[in-house]
Design a protein around this ligand. Structure first.
Ligand SMILES: Cc1cc2nc3c(=O)[nH]c(=O)nc-3n(C[C@H](O)[C@H](O)[C@H](O)COP(=O)(O)OP(=O)(O)OC[C@H]3O[C@@H](n4cnc5c(N)ncnc54)[C@H](O)[C@@H]3O)c2cc1C
Length: 501
């Protein structure tokens, strides 16, 4: 370990992004203090326990555990054990309206090719383009580019990551998935278009017509070997627990139930933060050489208050509204689960309705012995995108929550056997719940949306306009998901190190 102990870093938020940054910085010899307003670390990738069931709050699938994958790389550097996990195969089983046989996104590339050719005849040239773009983009990303670059060092890292094949992605930098579908004459393939809308909304927050093609190439290809998605043994909490373990071992500190109320600046540079201990009410200013903010970009502007650079604030204000999530958590008798039920399913109920608001549900089901439910029981976690404003402005929040819960259970009941006898426990989360437990502005989840003006090279940088203030998490490249936010954390750690070594 190098000695950088004169360099003090405060990390605001112990989600996977903040914890990863904190653990890596402590391991590289920095003095680290991480703060989180919640009771348990992990943010959207944490868990809660009720009546013997363990529910994953938000994230249920993990990318980047394979050798060379981002969690694997970071856990190897930290010398902590990689969580035990099983392959998600299929990564998802997607049921389109009125259909009883799902589209199965298999892990094996050849099996997935056969499946998509059967499901979407004539679409292979489109998939081949995605496959090529993924190959170039994945290799580029694994060389750790800094996107978007904000100074010479960032630009140097970006340039070093470029190879001749990276340039083959450039003609597609301004294309959406919708554009690619048009190029291949597939715009009117309703099943394909809807399948892409459903899957992309999960990963990019927006539908096929809006999602940047280069982002989609990765999001739609990462479920296949040699990459793939994983289901963690125990619960999602194991990711945070391991990172906290490394942080403590390397003399970093994490204070839970401590809220950062303000980020201070002086002459365009951060100087520290105001912290409030929720238990005692005590507040103090903690000085810092660097502040790493693991918050949404909207929250960052709020924390800066008057000190937020005007152009930055304007850019954040202009972002399209982000989605919230309505999530229903069910503890059920195993009899409720059909035999051979895949671990992850996605349902769309009506072609004419929106993707979200219970017209579509993404569902994760625990399997026997995976640590989430007592023997003979299972957890079902089903989420749907929802308009945060509708919840905020509802005159009847409780009534709306009950209506949504009943509707979600009714729809899930078309696949699962859900009766008062099989449902042992139920609870629901709304954008208000997410706002309370993760402090995310308006309860928005999943980042800023991977549209052309906000993805990769055009998105929000980890290096903010305030010197020594860094942004990690799903508002930045490469976007949402535990793997994505871990990349952003690694980038920030490298940027800080380049300044201080
Ligand atoms: C329903 C749902 C399903 C999802 N499914 C998946 C999935 O299957 N796979 C996947 O990879 N991803 C999934 N995601 C996305 C993934 O969970 C997130 O992108 C990722 O966990 C975000 O991590 P983060 O570190 O950026 O932020 P967060 O998880 O939001 O963590 C931020 C932390 O900062 C703390 N904090 C915020 N403000 C302050 C403050 N002022 N002071 C102190 N502490 C503060 C919060 O308490 C929180 O712990 C899902 C998300 C949701 C909501």
């Amino acid at each position: 370990m190098q000695s950088n102990s004169s360099r003090k870093v405060v990390v605001v938020g112990a989600g996977i992004g903040g914890l990863t940054a904190a653990a890596l910085l402590a391991h590289r010899g920095y003095e680290v203090l991480a703060l989180d307003q919640a009771l348990v670390p992990g943010g959207c990738a944490s868990t809660f326990k009720r009546q013997g069931f363990t529910f994953d709050v938000g994230a249920t699938q993990v990318a980047g555990l394979e050798p060379g994958g981002i969690h694997h790389r970071i856990f190897t550097e930290l010398a902590i054990e990689l969580p035990v996990a099983t392959d998600c195969d299929p990564a998802c089983a997607v049921f389109l309206p009125g259909e009883t046989e799902p589209i199965r996104v298999w892990r094996d590339p050849e099996q997935w090719k056969t499946e998509r050719n059967r499901q979407f005849p004539g679409s292979e040239p489109f998939w081949q383009l995605l496959k090529d773009l993924f190959r170039y983009s994945w290799a580029f990303q694994s060389r750790d580019p800094v996107l978007p670059p904000r100074n010479i060092w960032d630009l140097w890292q970006l340039t070093k990551a470029v190879r001749p094949d990276t340039l083959l992605t450039l003609p597609h930098a301004f294309s959406t998935v919708g554009d690619a579908l048009r190029t291949f004459g597939l715009t009117h393939d309703r099943r394909l278009h809807t399948f892409l809308d459903l899957q992309l909304k999960l990963y990019s927050q927006v539908d096929a017509d809006e999602t940047a093609l280069l982002y989609a190439a990765t999001a739609l290809s990462v479920s296949q070997a040699p990459q793939g998605l994983f289901h963690l043994q125990g619960s999602m909490q194991v990711l945070s627990d391991r990172l906290v373990e490394a942080l403590n071992r390397d003399c970093g500190r994490l204070l839970m139930r401590h809220t950062v109320e303000q980020i201070h600046t002086e002459a365009g540079r951060t100087t520290g933060v105001t912290i409030r201990n929720q238990k005692t009410g005590e507040t103090w200013i903690e000085p810092a050489d660097h502040v790493v903010a693991n918050v949404t970009v909207q929250n960052l502007v709020e924390l800066l208050g008057e000190a937020a650079p005007e152009g930055y604030r304007r850019r954040v204000d202009k972002l399209p509204p982000a989605s919230g999530a309505f999530v229903i958590y069910l503890g059920v008798d195993r009899a409720a689960i059909p035999t051979d039920c895949p671990p992850h399913l996605q349902f769309l109920y009506d072609y004419d309705g929106a993707i979200g608001e219970n017209n579509s549900l993404f569902v994760s089901v625990s399997h026997e012995g995976d640590g989430r439910a007592p023997s003979g029981k299972a957890t079902i976690v089903a989420s749907s995108f929802t308009d945060t404003g509708a919840w905020k402005n509802s005159g009847d929040y409780e009534g709306m929550k009950q209506r949504y819960a009943a509707e979600a259970i009714g729809k899930l009941g078309r696949y699962f056997t859900l009766t008062p006898e099989t449902i042992v426990y139920q609870e629901a989360a709304t954008p208000q719940t997410f706002e309370r437990f993760t402090a995310r502005s308006e309860g928005m989840v999943g980042g800023i949306g991977q549209r052309i003006p906000t993805f990769g090279p055009f998105g929000f940088a980890n290096r903010t306009p305030v010197q020594n203030l860094w942004l990690v998490g799903d508002s930045t490249h490469p976007g949402e998901g535990t793997a994505g936010v871990s990349y952003s954390a690694l980038t920030v750690v490298r940027q800080i190190e380049a300044l201080t070594s």
